[in-house]
Design a protein around this ligand. Structure first.
Ligand code: GDP
Ligand code: MN
Length: 392
């Protein structure tokens, strides 16, 4: 789960990580009054959308009066912000964060993530803060310093010294940085985050360290342990299909291809996407409808898939192990009575009572393309999608 910068900063404050003074605004008037309350010479207006790269995209503006804050807010509110992380449609700006401007001496990068390949949590720091960290990682990886953080010991004194040295901080600045690292690690661990990023962490003209930006992602599988985080959930900037999937509790990832996939089981879903690629097609999504494959979930699956206008054909690939294939076939037929689907549907059902299922589908008045093997199904759906003029 992603949360907004202002929400992450709220949590930073709870964990004693310094952030600029500020407040959110959903209207121009509120933005102006926040600016007046702050009363600083420099003010920053920041678009709150679930994406990075806002600075380069015009979503972070530095101004010098409450009038200018109002002008910028009028400009930004309601607009879609397109950054290199949002995709072409961008994300609608509904909330702004208005903050005091900070005089920056230096910008650093600090983050903590779970490094899956190492099987460890790691803390990363770099002197190259503020800009694209991906670019730094690619072009000058030696400028990123990494320390593995053991959950039982936390940050060890020698690791703290190494991190402080990597950032070329003075003794006093290093003490401040060390406390920030410890608090960040505590936040990450206690709240089951999967990413905490401060980019930039800045050294101010008065030699203070302060988190100018804040990003936190949470591990959704651990959210049940944190009912207090529920209020941070904002699904309003997800695509329609993603919202439906979220409500129905289905795993759905939209992609850019033209073959919609409805599969039970994450492994089978991955294999299905692979074989579509193998036969020259391109999957429009990952969708795992789970073990049950009832008429309701299948209907939901259809709704989600057809909400993407790029989909030109659908492949249903279901393994009937515990759930019998004939029941799934009836579910599919029933579902298509409730959802309008005007594109070819290729169905492959394997497992218990697969024969009966194929007969049911063939004899139904709906024109399914019934496939036997996975290869057969993939070839048929790729062809059907191509015939309908979609991109391969
Ligand atoms: P992002 O582009 O989405 O990561 O947004 P950030 O919050 O990181 O802001 C982008 C950049 O704007 C930062 O790297 C800073 O250089 C600049 N910026 C943000 N807030 C301030 C501020 O208070 N003072 C100054 N001088 N620059 C700021
Ligand atoms: Mn940033």
């Amino acid at each position: 789960m992603k949360i907004h910068e202002y929400q992450a900063k709220e949590l930073f404050q709870k964990y004693h990580i310094p952030v600029p003074r500020g407040d959110i605004a959903k209207t121009v008037e509120k933005a102006r009054s926040v600016a007046e309350w702050l009363g600083t010479d420099t003010l920053v207006v920041k678009a709150q959308v679930h994406a990075g790269g806002r600075g380069q995209a015009g979503g972070v503006k530095i101004v010098h009066s409450a009038d200018e804050v109002a002008d910028i807010s009028r400009d930004l509110l309601g607009k879609s912000l397109i950054t290199h992380q949002t995709g072409g449609g961008g994300k609608k700006i509904k909330t702004l964060l208005v903050e005091e401007g900070i005089q920056i001496r230096k910008e650093f990068y600090v983050s903590m993530i779970t490094d899956r390949s190492a099987g460890k949590n790691i803390l990363m720091v770099s002197t190259e803060g503020g800009m694209d960290i991906e670019k730094v990682a690619q072009e000058s990886p030696e400028k990123i310093h990494i320390e593995p953080i053991h959950p039982a010991t936390g940050l060890l004194p020698f690791q703290k010294r190494r991190l402080v040295a990597a950032l070329k901080l003075s003794r006093q600045e290093g003490d401040m940085a060390g406390r920030i690292f410890e608090n960040l690690i505590r936040l990450y661990t206690e709240l089951d985050a999967s990413l905490v990023e401060i980019n930039p962490l800045v050294l101010t003209d008065e030699s203070f360290l302060i988190a100018l930006d804040a990003k936190i992602n949470f591990d959704e599988n651990a959210l049940y342990r944190h009912p207090e985080l529920e209020i941070y959930k904002d699904t309003s900037d997800l695509e329609e299909g993603e919202q439906m999937a979220e409500e129905a509790g289905l795993s759905y990832i939209p992609l850019t291809g033209n073959v919609g996939c409805m599969v039970n089981g994450a492994g089978l879903a991955m294999a299905t996407m692979d074989i579509i690629k193998y036969y020259g097609g391109s999957p429009a999504n990952f969708l795992d409808i789970g073990g049950g494959a009832s008429a309701e979930t299948v209907a939901k699956g259809f709704q989600i898939i057809v909400s993407d206008p790029g989909v030109k054909a659908i492949l249903i690939n279901i393994f009937g192990g515990i759930v019998r294939c004939d029941r799934v076939a009836r579910g599919i037929i029933e579902a298509l009575n409730t959802v309008d689907v005007h594109i070819p549907v290729v169905v492959r059902l394997k497992g218990t009572n697969a024969e009966e299922a194929a007969t049911l589908l063939r004899e139904s008045p709906l024109s399914f393309i019934v496939a036997d093997t996975l290869a057969d199904a993939a070839q048929k759906v790729v062809q059907a999608a191509q015939e309908r003029g979609g991109k391969a």
